[in-house]
Structure formats: structure tokens, C-alpha cells
Design a protein around this ligand. Structure first.
Ligand SMILES: Cc1cc2nc3c(=O)[nH]c(=O)nc-3n(C[C@H](O)[C@H](O)[C@H](O)COP(=O)(O)O)c2cc1C
Length: 215
């Protein structure tokens, strides 16, 4: 079955991004955009981002995860270290994060290196999660084949009973990764396909080189 989507067209008119008024530090710009989008553009999960990894099979793979914290050092998300992405990162830490905020006509692409965050930080975050999410992390051998859904539901019930009235500890295979950025690109849609693209690249002296890219 063919589906021709050639007539899907849209003019992008919601903003502009000019070299004159971007900050020297890209995390400042990330922060400004994130806050603005979160407040004014009616997006349900502003913190949903796509992370691409290079898999053990040599193929790139992308999937959505939730950004849980960002600092001047990097971007933190949580996952199962033994999942497909977890194993991929431990073998090759080079990853790409991307955000597409449709209603704001904005995209951010971040290349960086992922590393496990300290265990005490993962403990702290795990503790703050709702009990259902904590149990979910125990139930799921993320990315493994399961025979059917009942297997998971049965395991969940068993764990609910086992831990009734007790705190649940973070399993050591679950925790955070921080992506330390080496390059960030900010894309703002503009009319006539003359979109704004501003790229920051980390230099050896830890300053950021800023360039405008052709759309
Ligand atoms: C909106 C959304 C948020 C998600 N957040 C996370 C997350 O924070 N951590 C996570 O491990 N998986 C999250 N997932 C599931 C992942 O996309 C993916 O299915 C899972 O991590 C297994 O990926 P892998 O087998 O490639 O490792 C989320 C999915 C969606 C659609």
C-alpha cells in the first residue's frame, strides 16, 4: 500500500533565533527554550526526548525517555542499565538526544557522552518515585523477551505481597545516565524553509564555538 505525504506542508512562523541574542553558554539557551515551551506551548511532556545509541549490532537505535534533570554538566535520564540502550551505552558512550517541540516549531539536537551517575544520586531519585514505578523497575527485565503480559502481572502481584509495608530498594541494574554535551544545535522553524539553526561546539579550552548553519 502506498501513501504519498508530499502535500503535507506547513509554514513555520512562531519565532526567530539570531546569533546577536544567543547566550555564550548553550545550557542557558536550553533552559530559556525549555521554560518558554513548557509555559506557553501546551506540550504534555516537554521533557520527553529521543535518545539514539549505537547498538552492539552496529545499528543506531532511537527511543523516547524522560529528561529528569539538567545542569551545566549535562542531561540526566533513568533507565535499566541492562536494557538494550544500557548495554549499548556501556559499550559506546557516544549518544544523541533530541527534542522536537512541535507547537513551538523548535528542535534541539545534542551530541554527547553518557556515563552512569553516582549510585547515591540514583538511590535518591529511586526513593522519590511512586511505589508503582519502583515495583515496575523490579518487575521488568527491560528489553528481554517475555512470553506474555500475564508473566509481568503475576510477578508484580508477587512483589507487591513480598514488599508490603516495606521500603523498596533500588535494584543495582537500574539508575541514571548523564549525557555530557559536546555539541548542541537549536533549530527554529521559519517561513520559506529558511529556518534558523545555531550550533554550539565544545572547544578544547571548554569554551563554546557558535555558528549559524544553513537550513
Ligand atoms: C513518553 C515516553 C517516556 C519514556 N520514558 C522512559 C524513561 O524515562 N526511561 C526508560 O528506560 N524508558 C522510557 N520509555 C520507554 C523507552 O522508549 C523504551 O521503550 C525502553 O526504554 C526500552 O528501550 P531499549 O530496549 O531500546 O533499551 C519511555 C517511552 C515513552 C514513549
Amino acid at each position: 500500500m502506498d501513501a504519498d505525504l508530499g502535500d503535507y506542508r506547513k509554514s513555520y512562523e512562531k519565532g526567530a533565533l539570531l546569533l546577536d541574542n544567543v547566550p555564550e553558554n548553550p545550557i542557558e539557551l536550553f533552559r530559556n527554550w525549555f521554560i518558554e515551551v513548557d509555559r506557553h506551548f501546551n506540550i504534555e511532556e516537554t521533557n520527553a526526548m529521543t535518545i539514539s545509541t549505537i547498538g552492539l549490532d552496529g545499528y543506531p537505535k532511537s527511543r523516547v525517555v524522560l529528561l529528569k534533570k539538567y545542569t551545566h554538566e549535562g542531561f540526566i535520564f533513568y533507565t535499566n542499565y541492562e536494557s538494550e540502550k544500557g548495554k549499548a551505552i556501556l559499550e559506546n558512550p557516544n549518544v544523541c538526544l533530541s527534542f522536537f517541540w512541535h507547537s513551538a516549531e523548535r528542535q534541539i539536537i545534542i551530541k554527547g557522552k553518557a556515563e552512569k551517575i553516582p549510585e547515591n544520586l540514583s538511590d535518591g531519585y529511586f526513593e522519590s518515585r511512586p511505589r508503582g514505578s519502583q515495583l515496575g523497575a523490579l518487575v521488568s527485565n527491560q528489553s528481554e523477551v517475555v512470553t506474555n503480559r500475564e508473566v509481568l502481572e503475576t510477578k508484580l502481584k508477587a512483589l507487591e505481597l513480598k514488599f508490603e509495608g516495606q521500603p523498596i530498594e533500588r535494584p543495582e541494574y537500574w539508575g541514571g545516565f548523564m549525557v555530557r554535551p559536546v555539541e548542541l544545535e537549536f533549530w527554529q522553524g521559519r517561513p520559506n524553509r529558511l529556518h534558523d539553526r545555531i550550533r554550539y561546539q565544545l572547544q578544547e579550552d571548554y569554551n563554546w564555538k557558535i555558528d549559524r548553519l544553513a537550513p
